[in-house]
Each structure stands twice: as structure tokens, then as C-alpha cells.
Design a protein around this ligand. Structure first.
Ligand SMILES: CC(=O)SCCNC(=O)CCNC(=O)[C@H](O)C(C)(C)COP(=O)(O)OP(=O)(O)OC[C@H]1O[C@@H](n2cnc3c(N)ncnc32)[C@H](O)[C@@H]1OP(=O)(O)O
Ligand SMILES: CC(C)C(=O)C(=O)O
Ligand SMILES: [Mg+2]
Length: 594
């Protein structure tokens, strides 16, 4: 039995008290893999950390603690097409709290009444649910450096236990000259006054962002940041707004700001990296290495243009990278990552690419034979973290194995054993060859395919029906029609005619009229195995009889509906498809049950 050591989530469910805790959590979660063929392995990013330090806006009692600021609901919503309803935003905010993010940027209250109302709703509900360990997320609203925006942001967030106003103004020459049409002096004056205004309204947690800091003059940055610290800012966020910085350059920017800004020891420095060059995660991590203790991220990396640094990547990289990041840690309950990612995908309508790090469909799937063999022998060969660590539960005995055309004998044998089939070596060899030819025709080989292959292997049917002739007519002028001649086992000829929604439908219906066995067509796939207009098409179908054909599993005793596959080949796609269908029907009709 293998044991995996993972960090225990630092908190559980919300309670309504404001108790805070600084005790050290040393509890661990033990996961068991009962399957004896999975040997003991250690995940490289297992770790145990002190619990979340007390929240003080401009100071973190533990210098190793890194705050996670989630802006899915603000910058994330700036992704074209990603706008969300207030109810959806509230759901996501609740989920972000389960995840344990320190700050939720809930929206841009001055943008619209709907955005204002959504931030109020989140501030009232999520911003007041206090967890057992004292955790309650800070609720933040974005604001331009304008009086109207600051007032609106404060009015929206003030309902939270920990409200924050986030004011920004651009500091790069190009933005100041062409967009704001303001001088440096004017920009400093506006920023200073707006921070003071937020303070005067009663806000004690104020973040300031010099927009486009990545392209701003260093000396000017030190000056404006020093001024807003004096005016009352508690967090300084340093945005690489256009994603132009290289990782070492961005790390250098953070280090320089920490070294040269007057009063910087009294504030938290934050990263905010856009992903225009695909460097946002790397830049964020370099920022953390250089001393930033708040990291701004979005779930799935959604956000303006190419998006923002992705929450899951940044958090898991910190967790797995202690050899680089030392003791840095977050308060995240990573087991909620997967569910949160799915929710954001659904609500934002921004679908994840299958190979998206950590949360993509393929992130923990293994299709090629050498990898599958490695995974079956020791999971650590090809997985650096356990999927359970981000809340992705997969069957304990499956090791994420997906059967396809690059799979090898070890993986096929293993899956067959799991399905209850113990094949002798020579049977396995011939089944494996048939498996490969099926896998070349379809992207994934399912359990039903494997069962059909095994039954093909154990049972080669005598052909009951042979194809005589087939003729179809189709096009845009009328219904598709098909005439099929089948030759029976006694050499009698049978002819069926049918109409259909297309030539194949018509041909299959014509066959059904002759064979008179109701079946369900489960799968149909076609492949051109040679090139050009005269390519040979191979067709594969999988059918199931409407009744009968129940098999009993050899080991488990479970019953299941038997499926039957058939393959046909030919230069004419209709002929190839008809042959495949007849082959599957012959198998079904010859089946006596096992
Ligand atoms: C880098 C970022 O992600 S910044 C955040 C971007 N997010 C958004 O813009 C989403 C929400 N925005 C909105 O709904 C609208 O843009 C609003 C309601 C905020 C403003 O709408 P409008 O009043 O119609 O102005 P519009 O958006 O066309 O132009 C922006 C104005 O704000 C000014 N402005 C831009 N940034 C700032 C700033 N940080 N502080 C002060 N003024 C600013 C611009 O110079 C321009 O002013 P102008 O009208 O005097 O030329
Ligand atoms: C508003 C700021 C922080 C921003 O989103 C950016 O500069 O990218
Ligand atoms: Mg941004």
C-alpha cells in the first residue's frame, strides 16, 4: 500500500466569528492507493507550513507568507466575451474563498450599476463569512484615480469585514502623453489626492497601481510610489500591463523598487503580470523571488488580451519549487483548484485548451506506451504532483492512462486485467495488434472497444450475411435512397430498399429491413488510410443489440450489454461503411452468450 504525504488544508468551513489564529499546522493527509501494483512514491512538492498569519493591510507578520490576490472577477472579466452575471460572480467568489485566496478583486464598481451591485453582494456575503482560523477574504474594488470612481469603489466594498480600494493611474510616458494627456507632476498630484480621498472616506486598506509600470521610468516610479505611501497606500502593485517584461527584468524591477522607494518597508509589494508573451507565470514567480509578497492572478489565467498569470500555475509552482523559492508559502487550499477552474471555465465561457497546465483535460493523462509503462511501475516517473492535490479525483487504480494509438502492451494488458480479462501471451499479442489497428482509426480506445476486441479474439463468427450489391442515390434534389442485396447463409438473395437522411442512413436501414434485428449504432468512424482522391477508407462501427446479448463479467460477476464491432474497407465510403455494419451484425447474430 502506497502512502502520499500532502499538506492539510489550513481551514475548513466558514463560521461567524472573528477569531484569528497563528498556530502552526502540522497535520497531514494520507492518501491510500490500495492497488498493490502501485509502489510507494513521494511527491516532490509535498510540504507543511505554518498557518496563515494575521491580516494587517501593510504588513505580513511572517516574511515567508505570500498573499494571493485573485482578479478573475475584474481583470478576468475583461477577457473578450467573458462577462458574467452577478449570480455567477457570487458563486465564483464563494469558491475563491473556499480556495483561500487572501484578496478577491470583485469588480470595477464605477464601470456600471450591475458591477457595483455585484461587488456589494460579494462584499456583504463572502466578505463577512469568517472561517474557523480567522480567515476572511479581503474584498477589493478597482477604481481610476478619479473622485467618482474612488467613492463608488468604497461604497461597494465597505460592507466587507476587510474592504480594500484599488486605485490605479498610468505612469509610462506613452500612456501619460497619449492616453491621459497629463504631465508627470499632474499624475503624481492626482494619485496622491485620490489616495488621501480614499483614506478620508474611512478606507484603511488601499492598493495603488502605477499602470504600465513595466515600461515606466524607474526614477519616476520611485517618486510616485513614495508619494502614495506618504498619502496612505498600504499595497503597491507593480503591473506589467502589456506583458513586455522578461522574467529577470521583472524581478529586477521589483528588487529596484524595494531598494529605492522611500517608505517601502511600510507596504506590501505586489505583482500583476499580463501574459502577452506567455511569461506571466514566470514573471510573477520572479517577482516573488525578488521580494513581492502579494501575487495577482486569475483562475485559468483569463484576463485582458492574452490573460494574466494563472492562479493554479503560480500557487502550485510555489508549492513544488521550494528548492528555488525557499520557505515561501501561501494559505491556499489547493484541493479546490480543479473545481474552481471548471466553474470559471463554465461561467466565463472561455474553454481551456486540453494541455493547459494543471487543469487541462490532458494535464494528468498518459497516452504513450513508454509513459504508461512508467506510470504503472511508479507514478513519480511522469507525474510531479498528485492530481488529488488539486482536487482532481481519478479512479485510484487507473493512473490517468488513456488508451490510444501510441499505447503499449503493458497498458493494454493492465486495462484488460482491470476489466476482468486474463489473456495468455499469444492471445494478448494478437489482440494487441488488433487494438493498434482500431486505435489508428479512432482517437481513443474505450473499454467497450476492448471488450469488443476480446470477444472478437475469442469468437470469430461465421458470416451469416454477405454483401451482394449496394446502390445509393443522394444529393440536394430529393431524399437519399438505398437498395442493398444481401446473400444469406443458404445462398439466398434478399433485397431491401429504404430512404434515409443520407446515403449511409438509407443503406443501414435497408440492411435492417433484411436482417430484422434491432440494433443501436454506438460509434461510427472512418479513416482514409491512403492519400489522394482515390484513398482507401476504412470504417469501423460499434453496435449493440437492443435486447439480449448480456454478458457476465468473468471476475466481478457484473452483467453488461455486449457490444460488437465491425470493420470494412474500400475506396467507396458507402461500400466500406456497409461492409463494416454487416461485419458487426454477423458477430452479433453468431453470438451465443458467455
Ligand atoms: C489595465 C487595466 O486593466 S485598467 C482597467 C480597465 N477596465 C475597464 O476599463 C473596464 C471598465 N471600464 C468602463 O466601464 C469604462 O471605461 C468607464 C466607465 C470606467 C469609463 O467610461 P468613459 O467615461 O466612457 O471613458 P472611456 O472609457 O471612454 O475613457 C477613459 C477615460 O478615463 C481616463 N483614464 C484612464 N485611466 C485613468 C486612470 N487610471 N485615472 C484617471 N483617469 C483615467 C482616460 O484618459 C479617459 O479620459 P478622457 O475621457 O478624459 O479622455
Ligand atoms: C489595473 C491594473 C492593475 C491592471 O490590470 C494592469 O495594469 O494590467
Ligand atoms: Mg491587468
Amino acid at each position: 500500500m502506497a502512502t502520499v504525504l500532502l499538506r492539510h488544508p489550513p481551514f475548513s468551513s466558514p463560521i461567524h466569528s472573528s477569531h484569528t489564529s497563528t498556530s502552526t499546522s502540522t497535520s497531514h493527509l494520507f492518501l491510500h492507493f490500495p492497488h498493490s501494483s502501485f509502489p510507494k512514491f513521494t511527491i516532490s512538492c509535498s510540504s507543511s507550513h505554518p498557518s496563515r498569519p494575521n491580516y494587517i493591510p501593510n504588513h505580513i507578520p511572517d516574511p515567508s507568507y505570500v498573499r494571493i490576490f485573485d482578479t478573475t472577477l475584474r481583470d478576468g472579466e475583461q477577457s473578450p466575451g467573458a462577462s458574467m452575471t452577478a449570480k455567477e460572480k457570487l458563486d465564483i467568489a464563494r469558491q475563491l474563498a473556499k480556495l483561500g485566496v487572501d484578496v478577491i478583486e470583485a469588480g470595477f464598481p464605477a464601470a456600471s450599476q450591475a458591477d457595483f451591485d455585484a461587488v456589494v453582494m460579494i462584499a456583504k456575503e463572502v466578505g463577512n463569512a469568517v472561517y474557523e482560523d480567522g480567515y476572511v477574504p479581503v474584498i477589493c474594488g478597482l477604481s481610476r484615480c478619479s473622485e467618482k470612481d474612488i467613492r463608488s469603489a468604497w461604497e461597494a466594498v465597505k460592507h466587507a469585514k476587510r474592504p480594500r480600494v484599488h486605485a490605479f493611474i498610468a505612469t509610462s510616458s506613452i500612456h501619460m502623453e497619449y492616453k491621459l494627456k497629463k504631465t508627470k507632476e499632474q499624475v503624481i498630484e492626482i494619485a496622491r489626492n485620490m489616495i488621501k480621498l480614499a483614506r478620508s472616506l474611512g478606507c484603511e486598506d488601499i492598493e495603488f497601481s502605477p499602470e504600465d509600470a513595466g515600461r515606466s521610468e524607474r526614477e519616476f516610479l520611485y517618486e510616485i510610489l513614495g508619494e502614495v505611501i506618504k498619502a496612505g497606500a498600504t499595497t503597491l502593485n507593480i503591473p506589467d500591463t502589456v506583458g513586455i517584461n522578461m522574467p529577470s527584468e521583472y524581478g529586477g524591477l521589483i528588487a529596484d523598487i524595494k531598494a529605492n522607494t522611500p517608505g517601502v518597508e511600510n507596504v506590501i509589494i505586489s505583482t500583476h503580470c499580463q501574459n502577452d508573451l506567455g511569461l506571466s507565470t514566470a514573471n510573477t514567480l520572479e517577482g516573488a523571488r525578488a521580494g513581492a509578497r502579494q501575487l495577482e492572478v486569475t483562475v485559468n489565467g483569463i484576463g485582458e488580451r492574452a490573460g494574466n498569470a494563472s492562479l493554479e500555475e503560480v500557487v502550485m509552482a510555489l508549492k513544488c519549487g521550494s528548492h528555488v523559492f525557499g520557505n515561501l508559502y501561501t494559505g491556499m487550499n489547493t484541493k479546490h483548484i480543479y473545481r474552481t477552474s471548471r466553474m470559471v471555465e463554465e461561467y466565463s465561457g472561455l474553454q481551456l485548451q486540453p494541455h493547459k497546465a494543471l487543469v487541462g483535460l490532458n494535464a494528468f493523462a498518459h497516452e504513450s506506451g513508454i509513459h504508461q509503462d512508467g506510470m504503472l511501475k511508479h507514478r513519480g516517473t511522469y507525474e510531479i504532483i498528485s492530481p488529488e492535490d488539486i482536487g482532481l479525483e481519478r479512479p485510484e487504480d487507473q493512473a490517468g492512462i488513456v488508451l490510444g494509438k501510441l499505447s503499449g502492451r503493458h497498458a493494454v494488458k493492465k486495462r484488460l486485467e482491470e476489466l476482468g480479462y486474463e489473456l495468455k501471451d499469444d492471445n494478448l499479442e494478437s489482440l494487441f495488434q488488433r487494438f493498434k489497428s482500431v486505435a489508428e482509426k479512432k482517437k481513443r480506445v474505450t473499454d467497450a472497444d476492448l471488450r469488443a476486441l476480446v470477444s472478437d479474439e475469442n469468437f470469430q463468427a461465421e458470416p451469416i450475411w454477405k454483401l451482394g450489391d449496394v446502390q445509393v442515390s443522394c444529393g440536394t434534389l430529393g431524399l437519399s435512397t438505398a437498395t442493398v442485396k444481401l446473400v444469406g447463409i443458404d445462398n439466398t438473395e434478399h433485397i431491401g430498399c429504404s430512404i434515409g437522411t443520407g446515403p449511409l442512413d438509407a443503406a443501414y436501414k435497408a440492411i435492417d429491413l433484411i436482417v430484422k434485428e434491432p440494433v443501436t449504432l454506438l460509434e461510427y468512424s472512418m479513416n482514409a488510410v491512403t492519400e489522394g482522391i482515390d484513398a482507401i477508407a476504412t470504417t469501423r462501427v460499434l453496435i449493440r443489440g437492443v435486447d439480449n446479448h448480456i454478458s457476465t463479467h468473468a471476475l466481478t460477476g457484473e452483467t453488461y450489454h455486449r457490444t460488437f464491432s465491425g470493420v470494412g474497407a474500400g475506396m467507396d465510403v458507402v461500400v466500406s461503411s456497409v461492409k463494416a455494419y454487416i461485419a458487426a451484425l454477423n458477430k452479433m447474430l453468431g453470438f451465443k452468450g458467455t
